[in-house]
Unconditional design. Structure first.
Length: 303
C-alpha cells in the first residue's frame, strides 16, 4: 500500500538563531537530521517523501536535502504560505510567521491522496515508532467510521533537552490505548527529580518523568487534510483583533476531532529517546547522539 512520509520543515526556528536549522549538518558526511528519519521511514515501508517548506528556503533546501532524497524515492514538495488560507480568508498584512502545524498539513491538499505519517523535520524520533505507524496505516486504510488516526507515544523523560525548556503535549489515554486528551505544556525543563513545568502563576510544578507525551508524530488518513481545513475557520474566527501570532496546531485540532466524535487516535508507545534541534547548542548534542548511534551499529558511517 502506498504511504507517504511528510516532513514539516517550514518553521522559522526563532529559538535556534541564525541559519536554517532543518538543514544543519549533524552526520559525519554532512547528513542532516531529516536524512536519518528518511532512512528509517523507507526501511519501515514508506515509499514517498513529501517536504512541507517555505518558498523562501526552496533553493537552499533542495540543494541541501531534496536532491539526494530524490535519488532514493519519490519526492514531492508542498509550500506553507502565510497567505494561503481557505474560504477566502485573508491573512493580516502584519503576520509573517506561518500559521502552525495544522495549517502546514493543509498545504498537502493537492499533493497527498494516500495515508501519511507527518512529523517535525528537526526532531529525531527513532525507527520503532515509524514501523508502528506504517503498520497502523496499512491495517486501517479506508475502513471504519470516522477518521482512524494514530500517534507515536513517547516517555516524557526521553524527550527533554539539556539546553533549555521544551513544549510537549501531555497526553491521556483510555484503557484501550486511545487518546482522550492532550494538553500542550510549555516551559518543561529537566530536574534532578525528572521534569517540571510552570503553572499559571509561574511556579514550577513537578511532572512525572514517565508521563505519556506527543512529539507531533502522527499517522493520518488523507481525509484528515479536509477536516483540518474545515477546522481552520472557527480557529480564525476565534482570534482577537490584532492577533498575529496564534497558531493552528495539530494537538488542538486532534483533540477537537476526538471531542466531536469525528475520529479516534490510537496511541503507539515507543521507548526510543528523542533529540532535536530546538536551540543552537543542540547542534553539538545532536552530532554526539548520531555518533553514538553509528557506534552502536544503528546507522552506517555513510548513511
Amino acid at each position: 500500500m502506498r504511504t507517504s512520509m511528510v516532513l514539516m520543515a517550514a518553521g522559522f526556528g526563532t529559538r535556534f538563531g541564525a541559519g536554517v536549522k532543518q538543514i544543519q549538518p549533524v552526520g559525519p558526511n554532512g547528513e542532516v537530521l531529516m536524512d536519518y528519519a528518511i532512512h528509517d521511514a523507507l526501511k519501515a515501508g514508506f515509499d514517498r517523501v513529501v517536504f512541507i517548506i517555505r518558498k523562501d528556503i526552496e533553493d537552499e533546501f533542495r540543494a541541501g536535502v531534496g536532491r539526494r532524497t530524490e535519488a532514493k524515492c519519490d519526492v514531492s514538495y508542498a509550500f506553507q504560505r502565510v497567505d494561503n488560507l481557505p474560504f477566502g480568508l485573508v491573512s493580516p498584512a502584519e503576520r509573517k510567521k506561518p500559521w502552525g502545524t495544522a495549517h502546514a498539513v493543509m498545504a498537502l491538499k493537492s499533493v497527498v491522496n494516500e495515508p501519511f505519517m507527518v512529523l517535525n523535520a528537526d526532531d529525531y524520533y527513532g525507527a520503532q515508532a515509524f514501523g508502528k505507524v506504517r503498520g497502523f496505516l496499512e491495517a486501517h486504510a479506508g475502513g471504519g467510521n470516522g477518521l482512524s488516526c494514530c500517534m507515536g507515544g513517547y516517555v516524557l523523560g526521553n524527550t527533554l533537552s539539556d539546553n533549555g525548556s521544551v513544549t510537549r503535549g501531555i497526553c491521556a489515554q483510555d484503557e484501550n490505548g486511545y487518546l482522550t486528551a492532550i494538553q500542550e505544556t510549555g516551559g518543561i525543563v529537566r530536574t534532578p527529580q525528572g521534569a517540571a513545568a510552570p503553572d499559571a502563576s509561574g511556579e514550577m510544578q513537578p511532572l512525572p518523568p514517565d508521563a505519556l507525551v506527543s512529539m507531533n508524530l502522527w499517522g493520518f488518513p488523507p481525509e484528515m487534510i479536509d477536516y483540518l481545513e474545515q477546522g481552520f475557520l472557527p480557529f480564525y474566527k476565534s482570534l482577537s483583533p490584532g492577533d498575529i501570532k496564534s497558531e493552528y496546531l495539530l494537538p488542538g485540532a486532534v483533540e477537537q476531532m476526538i471531542a466531536e466524535g469525528a475520529g479516534s487516535v490510537k496511541v503507539l508507545p515507543t521507548s526510543d529517546a528523542w533529540f532535536g534541534m530546538t536551540y543552537a547548542a543542540d547542534t553539538e548534542t545532536t552530532r554526539n547522539s548520531i555518533r553514538s548511534l553509528i557506534n552502536q551499529g544503528v546507522y552506517p558511517e555513510k548513511l
